[in-house]
Design a protein around this ligand. Structure first.
Ligand code: RM4
Ligand code: MN
Ligand code: MN
Length: 424
């Protein structure tokens, strides 16, 4: 499917240019600083997971619109479309076994024709697959039974093998293991068994691979998760080695957790390895990134930007991915919204006068500190984000292009009204 890179109307050009001038003047940006700012926004690229291209559901129902990608090739095609429109994504994350490639060479070729690479590979021990000898009902990497643990470790190693063929270098570990009732788990033993399993997987990874350990406070288990919080992920990653890091998923915190402080801590310890973006009101709601708490997203990017600019922070490159599910919105429109909101939060964070903030903090001038952040947060950075996108040859308004070019209707006519993508 081809996307027209529509030209801007004269009126839009005028509004865009005056918006740029306004930000430049309000934040006293020299031409060099302005170009650096646009360049930084241009280079922020966020991976799209293969499992977010179809309609998500709740345990009560699912309401797909049709035209969903039916196989890995079509998923890559959808991410290619997003890339063409937004220029804010250049990679795809895979979930094995949902996305096992049949023809590696053909997939490689398709990826490069779309300007994409494979980001991380993700394993699945939260479901039993048809024909699988042993069940994960009572856990996988933490299981009391050696044989089940071995099956789960072997599956992870197999996932790495699939990833190697596609030039991925990251294994993301999200462990669904946990318990539903008090007494069901021996907490300390479950932790030790998990550490042991993770070490085996870590040892089997090639030397240039990274392991990202994701935490989640509840779901699918409701009484205890084996990896419920960043402290546990941190400890497990340290127990594996230097190439194991913590992955923060924005929806994996109890309400009101100060996520930006967790980000700062992990940066400080040099263990922040990955990010899953989504929006949340209560828990793992997997809504559009930035839809509910845009100020929090901005504060997180402020920490990330300060960490990146600080030579004393020795951190691995952070792998960014959207991890969302779309029950109501068209999945591609939702992803366009998320990509836009992520870049918007980042652009605002880059406008923070960090030097003035440091001085105000030193003086304990609470009001000034907050004002400095608010000033950046309240700036209208939409022209900056659009400028960055167009310098990368994306369209002026991705959502408008998606709609006016009737992309979904085109996908439905080719793939059918009833096509369903694998995922959650
Ligand atoms: C989990 C977690 C993982 C994702 C699965 C599908 O809640 O966020 O990152 O792989 O969902
Ligand atoms: Mn996640
Ligand atoms: Mn999640």
């Amino acid at each position: 499917m081809t996307i027209e890179t529509t030209g801007m109307e004269a009126r839009q050009i005028q509004i865009h240019q005056s918006g740029l001038e306004h930000v430049k003047n309000a934040h006293q940006l020299t031409e060099t600083a302005f170009n650096q700012l646009i360049g930084a926004i241009q280079s922020l690229q966020v991976a799209v997971p293969s499992w977010a291209l179809g309609t998500g559901g709740t345990r009560f129902g699912r309401f797909p619109e049709g035209g969903e990608p039916r196989n890995l090739e079509e998923k890559i095609e959808d991410v290619g479309l997003l890339r063409k429109l937004t220029q804010a994504t250049n990679s795809v994350s895979l979930h094995i076994p949902w996305d096992i490639p049949k023809d590696i060479a053909a997939i490689q070729q398709l990826l490069s024709s779309q300007g994409l690479t494979i980001d991380s590979v993700n394993y699945n021990t939260f479901q039993d697959q048809p024909g699988q000898p042993l069940s994960y009902k009572f856990g996988s990497l933490c299981h009391t039974d050696n044989a089940i643990r071995k099956q789960a470790v072997d599956h992870n190693i197999e996932v790495v093998e699939h990833g190697k063929l596609l030039n991925s270098k990251v294994l993301t570990v999200w462990l669904a293991d946990g318990s539903n009732f008090p007494g069901q788990h021996h907490f300390r033993r479950a932790f030790s068994r998990t550490q042991d399993s993770l070490r085996q997987i870590y040892e089997a990874m090639p030397n240039d691979w990274t392991m990202l350990i994701e935490y989640k406070p509840y779901e699918p288990s409701f009484y205890s998760m084996v990896i419920p919080d960043w402290g546990t992920s941190f400890q497990l990653s340290q127990g594996c080695g230097d190439r194991a890091h913590v992955l923060v998923d924005l929806g994996h915190h109890l309400p009101n957790t100060n996520i930006e402080q967790i980000v700062a801590r992990l940066l400080h310890f040099g263990r922040l390895g990955g990010f899953h973006f989504n929006g949340s009101q209560y828990g793992d709601d997997d809504l559009t990134t930035g839809a509910i708490k845009p100020y929090q997203l901005f504060l997180i990017f402020h920490e990330l930007a300060m960490g990146a600019a600080d030579a004393t922070v020795k951190n691995p490159a952070v792998a960014y991915m959207i991890d969302a599910s779309h029950n109501l919105k068209d999945p591609l429109e939702d992803l366009i919204n998320s990509l836009e909101n992520i870049r918007t939060a980042y652009a605002k964070a880059l406008l923070v006068d960090v030097k003035a903030l440091g001085e105000a903090q030193q003086q304990n001038d609470v009001v000034a500190c907050e004002q400095i952040l608010q000033r950046a947060f309240l700036a209208d950075v939409r022209p900056l984000v659009a400028e960055a996108r167009m310098r990368n040859e994306g369209v002026f308004d991705p959502l408008e292009s998606f709609r006016s070019q009737k992309v979904r209707a085109g996908l439905i006519s080719r793939r059918g009204k009833k096509s369903v993508a694998t995922g959650l």
